[in-house]
Design a protein around this ligand. Structure first.
Ligand SMILES: NC(=O)c1ccc[n+]([C@@H]2O[C@H](COP(=O)([O-])OP(=O)(O)OC[C@H]3O[C@@H](n4cnc5c(N)ncnc54)[C@H](O)[C@@H]3O)[C@@H](O)[C@H]2O)c1
Length: 277
């Protein structure tokens, strides 16, 4: 989609971090913006800030792990703007720890947001984009979608699933000749609130996962602090939408990790240690 002027973007997890930066960039392109997020306060603030720049914006409180909520998001977007052109399935959460210590509640929470959120986004919006004969889907994975860093079991599992789903989606669309583009975003660390993901952990899991997680969270926080600004990622995302680029990488220094992972596979050797975690 080369010309984005007047088109409609739906961005999940759009109240913070990468999603928020993509909403800003999309507004700079003259797009009309639908911001979806589970956090009402930050969502309202994002809406106000975007509107103050002159953008047309709609905020919809949405839990992407709930299929019905994602369908309601689509309906709200259509009611307000009459069409959807860019769908960025971006909401995501992660907490760390040895994989055998991850509670079932945390597995369900992380799979719910990072995996089912993308599944619901595709099932809900892709038929609409196909019907319109125009559109683009961006799925936020991570470099963890291509490299399995330690202590991030459920996160790695969901992000590798998002890469697989995106690769399948682009092939399926191509097979039926649908004029809908797909990108999968695979960043390394970005300066966002991802290390505070547990602010959105469902109530029952909060206490269960509280102890032991503090140290891991501090380690992730310091890597996030050393990351790149979300605006840099947003620039890459908008470029990818306009040029229909599939893999979107933002950290060239990490590509050696990806190469080593595939070399491990090709040579049948034990996974090499990663520099990521
Ligand atoms: N920050 C990084 O280093 C990094 C690196 C690679 C990939 N990512 C991915 O980028 C995406 C965006 O994360 P971020 O880094 O901007 O973090 P962030 O915490 O700043 O933003 C994530 C947003 O998702 C929202 N959210 C959480 N659960 C939700 C739900 N159930 N439904 C709807 N919204 C929900 C949060 O409220 C928040 O606004 C995630 O998918 C994350 O995995 C982040």
């Amino acid at each position: 989609m080369e010309n984005l002027q007047g088109k409609v973007a739906v961005i999940t997890g759009g109240a913070s971090g990468i999603g928020r930066a993509v909403a800003n960039r999309a507004a700079d392109e003259g797009m009309r913006i639908v911001v979806a997020d589970i956090e009402k306060g930050p969502l309202e603030q994002a809406g106000r800030e975007l509107a103050s720049t002159g953008a047309e914006v709609l905020g919809v409180v949405t839990d992407v792990s709930d299929a019905g909520a994602v369908r309601a998001l689509r309906d709200a977007a259509l009611d307000r703007f009459g069409a959807v052109h860019l769908v960025h399935n971006n909401a995501g959460v992660g907490v760390g720890g040895p994989i055998w210590e991850v509670s079932e509640e945390d597995w369900r929470w992380i799979l719910g947001v990072n995996l089912w959120g993308v599944v619901h986004g595709i099932a809900t919006f892709v038929p609409l984009l196909m019907e319109q004969g125009e559109g683009h889907v961006v799925n936020t994975a991570s470099i963890a979608g291509l490299v399995s860093a330690g202590f991030l079991g459920p996160y790695n599992a969901t992000k590798q699933a998002v890469v697989a789903i995106s690769e399948t989606l682009v092939k399926d669309l191509q097979a039926v000749g649908a004029p809908v583009g797909v990108s999968v975003l695979c960043p390394g660390f970005v300066q966002t609130r991802i290390a505070e993901s547990d602010r959105n952990r469902p109530g029952s899991a909060t206490e269960a996962a509280a102890d032991g997680a503090t140290e891991m969270r501090a380690a992730v926080q310091s890597m996030v602090d050393g990351g790149i600004p979300p605006a840099t990622v947003a620039d890459r995302v908008l470029e990818a939408v306009k040029s229909d680029t599939f893999y979107v990488f933002t950290h060239p220094e990490l590509m050696g990790e990806v190469e080593r992972r595939f070399a491990d596979i090709m040579q049948g050797r034990r996974p090499s240690p990663t520099a990521i975690a």
